[in-house]
Design a protein around this ligand. Structure first.
Ligand SMILES: Nc1ncnc2c1ncn2[C@@H]1O[C@H](COP(=O)(O)OP(=O)(O)OP(=O)(O)O)[C@@H](O)[C@H]1O
Length: 275
């Protein structure tokens, strides 16, 4: 199967909102981290990128957001080329990025962090702030608190809220659930889906592959900087190859399978005794 046929499997037809074609990108001269990487995001989609450690998932997001140089290939937004465009220009064109770490200004308050989100268009602040705190009520209640005094999950909220201040059409999320407790992870995934339902198309990189595929319309598996698999999220969760190579088997799945097997054996034994 060629990369191109894989990329479009399960994708809606029509003009992509954002498309990456045959990207080669890396940090050091002569060392490519992305190797002919492809990705398509259609309007309204929530697309997940999963894969092993070091596969280049974060690098792909950074390359899309102009933070890692693309050496070859092209990125388009609404069909217009945006390859290697600077991050501030991309924000202006409706692309937002939430980095995994160092994603808040710790000495600024929550409110000031959110002001930074609209520094290119400060007039937007008041109306956007009210809309965004509807999604993140905690941030509204604690607007005067310094971001540096927040927990990891709360900082993640601030970072996401700040990226939403410019009303992006595309949001790039780098491992938003990293380091959070299971409950906070769930909240993050639910919030991500809500933001998507509100009209923001999203690309999310996730270590928590199963959970990400549950909420995503489509997923991509990246391996060594290239596309290994792609398809509808739930289909990928049940694809034996993806499970074997990239999802592994959860202890709970093993326990459930063992319990089922024991129950079946006991059922057979009981059935045999009564005969
Ligand atoms: N700033 C950097 N300079 C040089 N190499 C880097 C830099 N950042 C990442 N890399 C290298 O790029 C490769 C891909 O890293 P990347 O963070 O994109 O992987 P990932 O798939 O997001 O991994 P993980 O799931 O572990 O976060 C790794 O080998 C990493 O060492």
């Amino acid at each position: 199967m060629t990369a191109t046929t894989q990329v479009h499997r399960g994708a809606p037809s029509g003009e992509p909102l954002l498309e990456a074609k045959d990207l080669y990108a890396g940090y050091l001269p002569g060392v490519d981290i992305l190797n002919a990487c492809n990705l398509v995001l259609h309007p309204g989609e929530l697309v997940g990128i999963i894969g092993p450690n070091g596969a280049g998932k974060s690098t792909l997001l950074k390359a899309l957001f102009g933070l890692v140089p693309i050496r070859s290939g092209a990125v388009t937004l609404h069909g217009e080329e945006i390859t290697n465009l600077r991050a501030d220009k991309l924000v202006h064109r409706g692309v937002g990025f939430v980095p995994q770490t160092n994603n808040v200004f710790p000495s600024l308050t929550i409110e000031e962090n959110m002001q930074m989100g609209v520094f290119q268009d400060p007039k937007k602040f008041a109306s956007r702030f009210e809309q965004i705190v509807d999604l993140f009520p905690t941030l509204g209640d604690r607007r005067k608190q310094r971001a540096g005094s927040l927990s990891g999950g709360e900082r993640q909220m601030v970072a996401m809220a700040r990226a939403l201040m410019m009303d992006p059409k595309v949001l790039l999320l780098d491992e938003p659930s990293a380091g959070l407790s299971p409950v906070r992870q769930d909240e993050t995934f639910i919030r991500t889906r809500r933001i998507n339902k509100a009209g923001v198309s999203i690309i999310i990189v996730e270590q928590n592959a199963r959970r990400a595929l549950q909420i995503c319309d489509r997923g991509y598996v990246l391996d060594q900087g290239a596309n290994a698999y792609s398809g509808p999220g739930r289909e990928m969760m049940n694809d034996p190859k993806v499970i074997e190579l990239y999802l592994g088997t959860l202890a709970t799945d093993v326990e459930a399978a063992d319990a089922e097997r024991r129950a079946a054996q006991e059922g057979t034994a009981e059935g045999g005794a009564s005969q």
